[in-house]
Write a protein that binds this ligand. Sequence first.
Ligand SMILES: Cc1cc2nc3c(=O)[nH]c(=O)nc-3n(C[C@H](O)[C@H](O)[C@H](O)COP(=O)(O)OP(=O)(O)OC[C@H]3O[C@@H](n4cnc5c(N)ncnc54)[C@H](O)[C@@H]3O)c2cc1C
Length: 450
Amino acid sequence: MRRLHLPAAYDTARWPDSHWRATAPPPVRAPFEGPAEAGVAVIGAGYTGLSAALALAEAGVPVTVLDAGQPGWGASGRNGGFCCKGGAKLSDAQLVRRFGREETAAFLRFQDDAVAHVGATLERHGMDAERGPDGEVCLAHSPAAWAAMQAEAEARRALTGRAPRLIPAEELRQEGLAMAGAHGAEVDPVGFPLHPMKYVLGLAAAAEAAGARVCGGSAVTGLRPEAGRWRLDTERGPLLADKVLVATNGYSAEDLPPWIGGRTLGAYSTILVTRPLTDDERQAQGWTSQSMAYDSRRLLHYFRLLPDGRFLFGMRGGLSARPEAQARVAREAREDFEAMFPAWAGVETEREWSGLVCLTGSLTPYAGPVPGAEGLWAAFGWHGNGVSTASYAGHLTGRRMAGEALRLPAPIATPPRRFPIPALRLPLKRLAYALIGWREGRPGRHQAPL
Ligand SMILES: Cc1cc2nc3c(=O)[nH]c(=O)nc-3n(C[C@H](O)[C@H](O)[C@H](O)COP(=O)(O)OP(=O)(O)OC[C@H]3O[C@@H](n4cnc5c(N)ncnc54)[C@H](O)[C@@H]3O)c2cc1C
């Protein structure tokens, strides 16, 4: 299989020692043994694949999920646990220009529904995934970002009838949201934090309870039509299925299926988690809120207090699986953490890890049939925002594959374009990161990186 990144990025023998694995050790699923048959085969046991499998199994469709690692080995077991709105990398105005006002408003409603869907799934299946308080805070990193935030709040009100609550800089400390360099904030009431591994393991267990077969250690190495069905090759024999869902997101191969090649770009996100902070330490920084929060940079930072008092701090921007590149981005994340939360500069990092999110050539996600390939479906491209979006899109895709006629909003129902020059995705991304970093500046480094 052809891959974009170095083999180490996809090596399922390596599973980072994340805070999530340490606090919710995942059980091992046995590998798939073939030959076997299924109504639907799902490739990838993350939120997308497992949400689809759950919906399919509940509709009575025989479904088998194959993961090269284990459920949650990919981004679904490594993320920040922000169950929030998002999924595309375009602004509302850009979405309106490309898809029109109505479809953009429908996509914004879809994002609200996605968050509600995760909440309802946790409740319906009695999953204890440490759901935290509602609301998501965005902190403006510059005066210009604060001005834009105020203007966008008005535009959002015009589009949806609702706008986020704005907090001026001088009130941030009393809200428990004192971050160095913040010029104000907005609070969106929709969204909540959760324990991402507990959630993905809950989905796997719920899918199995509904009748799905979930297999670990089962890389799909080939996919082709055979006698009106799809044949999936694995190390231990083939699986023949009427339909297939490709749910591999940031870990997708360039040729599984070839249609996906050049349309995705796996991008690194890196997280560090500190030791538990004392009450005094939290007061000293002025950050006591349990809300999930992020800053307004394009190469954003995201952070939140965990229920046990540890602080999670994440950052986009890593480019390679090379150990020295991973070590560099971990160092940069630590520098930025100390610059943004200076009172905690002496608080040790307990664990840090990274994983791949997925961008598409259109900067919008996709869930639907693969054009020109009867019975083959794909759902991917959550742009680093898959806890809610991947779950809901996976769920709806499962229902559609089971035969329900459901319509998705255009921004997620339109097959994404290929990147203009696929072979140059990584060098161009390196250039884009350098330019964005130069324009925005990193909090932990005052000189521009160029
Ligand atoms: C560090 C980090 C922080 C993040 N923080 C957040 C956050 O706070 N909030 C949020 O909404 N989103 C966040 N995201 C993004 C979110 O985690 C993803 O969008 C989401 O988990 C994607 O789910 P998925 O099921 O589509 O893919 P994944 O969970 O990545 O699963 C894909 C699976 O496919 C499997 N696979 C690949 N190829 C094959 C093959 N050939 N055969 C069999 N299996 C295969 C892989 O083993 C993998 O398990 C973050 C991501 C990262 C990496």
